[in-house]
Every structure is written in C-alpha cells, then in structure tokens.
Design a protein around this ligand. Structure first.
Ligand code: ADP
Ligand code: MG
Length: 288
C-alpha cells in the first residue's frame, strides 16, 4: 500500500505545475544525487536569434537564409523554428520536395530540386563537403546547396533567467553533481556551462552518446542516490527513459517526451526541478 502523504506530495507538486507520474518518482527525486540537464531549450531558452549571416562567395545572404529555412520547413527542432522566424517573408513551401531530419546533425532536403544540407559541421563533412574553420561564439548552422558549401548562419541562445539559481538551489538541497549535455559545439557549451556553474559538461554529443554518458554517470552514482535527467525530448527522448527520473519540459517538449517522462515541468522552468526535489524531500521525511 502507498502511504497517504505520498498522494499529498504528488498533489502538492501538481499545484506548483509539476506533474509527477507516480509516488515512486517522488521518492527517487528525494534521493537525487546527480542531475543531468540537456542544454538547448532546457537550460537555455531555445529561441535563437540570428546574429550573423555569412554566405560563401556568390551566394546572397537572403538566399542563404531562405535555403536554410526551406530545408528546415518540417523540423520541430528549436533551431529550425528560429531560422524560419528569421526570414523576412515565408518562402514558398512548395519548393521543398523532400525533407529529412538527421537527429543531432541537422536536416537534408530537396529545394528547387537541389539537395540542401543545413546543420552541424559534422553533417556537411560527413557528406564530403569541406567547411571552412570559423570559431565564432554561438551555434552555427552550416548550409550546402547542390554539393557546395553555401555559408553559415550564426545563432545565439540565452540561458533561461532562472537556470543559474536553479542549479545553486539544487546544490543546497544536497545534489552532489550537476552535469550539462549538448550536441552543440564545445565553445558554445563552455560559455553556457561557465555562466551557470555546472560541475561538468560534455559537448558534441549525438543522441546515442547522451545515453552512453548517462550510463557512465549512473555507474558513478552511489547505490542509494538517484540520477535525474531533464530535457525537452527533442533528440533526447531515449535518455529520458534511461535515467532514474526522466523530467521533460512540458510547454516546449514534444508529445513523445511528455509520454516518455516520469515528471513534467509544465512551465519549462529549471527552478521547478528544485521545487520538486524540495517537495519530495519534505514528503519522504513525513512518511518515514
Ligand atoms: P542539444 O543537445 O543542445 O539539445 P541537439 O542534440 O538537438 O542539441 O542538436 C545538436 C546540434 O546538431 C545542434 O547544435 C546543431 O548544430 C545540430 N542540429 C540538430 N538539429 C538541427 C536542425 N534541425 N537544424 C540545424 N542544426 C541542427
Ligand atoms: Mg535538445
């Protein structure tokens, strides 16, 4: 049987916009030792501003942005939404005849019948397209059109206003280790990690690498301690399932993520995780 006060805890959490799918997850949250955050859309706002457009020789900046936005037409990645929003007018979607997402890399599509890639350096290099070195701060979207490098778009994302405070609060609640994972570049990851005071970060991870990372961190967690992963479910749904407690951001997260998660933060605020841990600690103390 489940003690009544557990229901009180789940109910109390739900009144704070924290959906806990079972009292066992409340108990696990109370024992949170390692907290792993995904970066984009979880610790950061995930709404990118375009800070620069650098076309290759012979390409118009407006056309570069348009190719990228068209290739991203059907993606639900935060990068794709931001690129589409940056186009002065919505380009004709009829120009895209085939579009495919490569999770953790970017997208490929046929635009005006020409193959277009938009995404990470690895995406283009993997197709034999050489990408010039550029160490600009920010998330870069490299674009190729018809097999040739067409330039890159520099995007910037900001940490959520409550992210730093949330990490500090988790520490005071007894969480030993706060880790950030991202598929983004080391430069961008280092800047965010430094600003937010996470203990450790790992960059350039593909979705499968995130699962491997979490398994390593699980092995380092003490027998009674629990590992909590927080993500938006875009490219990280398998990790949500692997963690002791998988937490999804409710407003930004995909339906699949909300389904896969054990806990949903309805208003997307990392600080709500600290609230959840505090409620969990209090509830478990009352029960014991
Ligand atoms: P994060 O781990 O920060 O949540 P993702 O795993 O979703 O990031 O993506 C990792 C990287 O892959 C991004 O920083 C970007 O370079 C590239 N990428 C992924 N999806 C897209 C997309 N739809 N368009 C462009 N680039 C993308
Ligand atoms: Mg992500």
């Amino acid at each position: 049987s489940v003690p009544l006060s557990f229901f009180g805890g789940v109910g109390g959490a739900s009144r704070c916009g924290i959906l806990v799918k079972g009292s066992n997850y409340l108990e696990a949250l109370a024992a949170a030792e390692t907290v792993v955050f995904d970066k984009t859309g979880t610790l950061t706002q995930g709404t990118f501003g375009v800070s620069a457009v650098h076309p290759a020789e012979g390409m118009e900046p407006g056309h570069l942005l348009e190719y990228a936005a068209l290739a991203e037409r059907w993606s639900d990645h935060p990068i794709s939404q931001s690129l589409r929003a940056a186009c002065p007018q919505e380009p004709d979607a009829g120009r895209v005849t085939d579009a495919r997402e490569q999770a953790g890399y970017g997208v490929e599509a046929l635009v005006d019948g020409k193959p277009v890639l938009a995404g990470s350096r690895r995406l283009l290099e993997g197709r034999g397209i050489s990408v010039p070195t550029c160490d600009l701060p920010g998330t870069l979207v490299h674009v190729s059109v018809d097999g040739s490098y067409a330039g890159h778009i520099v995007l910037s994302d900001r940490p959520k206003p409550d992210a730093k405070g949330a990490i500090a609060r988790l520490k005071t609640l007894g969480v030993r280790k706060v880790v950030m994972l991202t598929g983004d570049t080391g430069e961008t990851a280092a800047a965010v990690a430094g600003e937010l005071d996470v203990d450790k970060y790992h960059a350039q991870l593909l979705p499968g690498d995130k699962v491997d990372r979490v398994e390593k961190l699980l092995a380092q967690t003490s027998p009674k301690g629990k590992l909590v992963f927080v993500g938006d479910g875009i490219n990280d749904a398998p990790v949500l399932t692997r963690a002791d407690v998988g937490v999804a951001m409710g407003a930004l997260g995909s339906d699949a993520a909300i389904e896969a998660a054990d806990v949903v933060l309805m208003d997307d605020k990392p600080s709500k995780l600290a609230v959840a841990v505090a409620i969990a600690r209090k509830t478990v103390r009352i029960v014991r």
